[in-house]
Ligand binder design. Structure first.
Ligand code: SF4
Length: 296
């Protein structure tokens, strides 16, 4: 007769194999649970939820016993590499991920209040990825990130860089609009829990695209990627960081530029974009170099 432990273990394995058949590649595990499973001490107490490849899960060939030592599980740092994925495979992987996000209910309150999941838009073969924090009311209705005034400004920045909106990729850390119960209008900042819950979608987008540079738009997007830091966006903008092996340029959010019309602030953002163009090896004209120079 099977013990309760064996029954539970077999049910868990059945569930994981079902997920694998459905095409899921990862399951989220919090760091403490992962450390328990792998029999290791948790060395990074602030680490975010890790994802374990479902493909790595297989039914043990030995008889299941409560005394069997657990197999160490390690979370991948990289899901895909560009070398691994052809253009078609990238598009297919992104399409599958989109379908998954569109039916996601991991944040029940956001799933209940959203109009549309705002997955991301653009070319998943692009060398350049822009990341914002979360959809607002307009994005929630349109199902597309960065529409409305801030979106128009971002589009202008992208055009000034020599790209088009369709030739870069644009996504948010959070795919559903943060709800605002009891409020008729307005947006709110996503919570840390909401961003941590949704982050694996963005991580997988990054791993599929493998852009050559990522622009983090605003302090909240930066916080979603790197966690809370003592230094804010004012200090960190203009300095390269790295995320999942991709160079990250933090800069101000376009909505900050709309609130703050100083030419000097526009120039700061533009200088950040010039650094991105240099990193990409894109040609920069004298006219481009001179935008917003000399104002205060
Ligand atoms: S915010 Fe992200 S994790 Fe939460 S329900 Fe929406 S898609 Fe799922």
């Amino acid at each position: 007769m099977k013990s309760e432990y064996q029954e539970l273990l077999e049910a868990t394995l059945d569930h994981l194999e079902e997920l694998k058949r459905e095409g899921n590649r990862y399951v989220a595990l919090d760091p403490a649970r992962l450390a328990d499973l792998s029999g290791q001490k948790l060395v990074a107490p602030t680490a975010k939820a890790a994802r374990v490849p479902v493909a790595a899960i297989s039914r043990p060939s030995i008889a299941i016993s409560a005394t069997v030592a657990p197999t160490p599980v390690t979370a991948p740092t990289l899901v895909y590499t560009s070398a691994e994925l052809s253009a078609d495979a990238k598009k297919e992987a992104m399409g599958r991920l989109r379908l998954k996000a569109e039916s996601c209910v991991l944040c029940p309150h956001l799933a209940a209040s959203r109009t549309k999941v705002v997955f991301g838009v653009g070319d998943c073969l692009s060398p350049l990825l822009f990341v914002g924090e979360a959809p607002g009311a307009e994005e929630d209705k349109a199902g597309e990130p960065f529409v409305g005034q801030a979106g128009e400004l971002l589009t202008k920045i992208i055009l000034a860089m020599g790209f088009t909106r369709g030739s870069v990729y644009i996504a948010n850390v959070l795919k559903c609009r943060p709800d605002t119960p009891g409020q008729q209008s307005g947006n709110r900042k996503p919570t840390t829990t909401e961003m941590d819950t949704c982050l694996p979608y963005l991580q997988e987008q990054i791993d599929i695209i493998r852009p050559r540079a990522l622009v983090a738009l605003g302090g909240t997007a930066l916080e979603g990627l790197f966690g809370k830091t003592a230094a804010g966006i004012t200090k960190l903008r203009g300095t390269w960081k790295e995320y999942r092996g991709i160079p990250v340029m933090p800069t101000y959010h376009p909505s900050y530029l709309l609130r703050n019309q100083l030419i000097s602030v526009k120039r700061e953002v533009w200088e950040d974009m010039l650094k991105v163009l240099e990193r990409l090896g894109s040609p920069i004209s004298e006219k481009q170099r001179g935008y917003f120079k000399g104002g205060g």
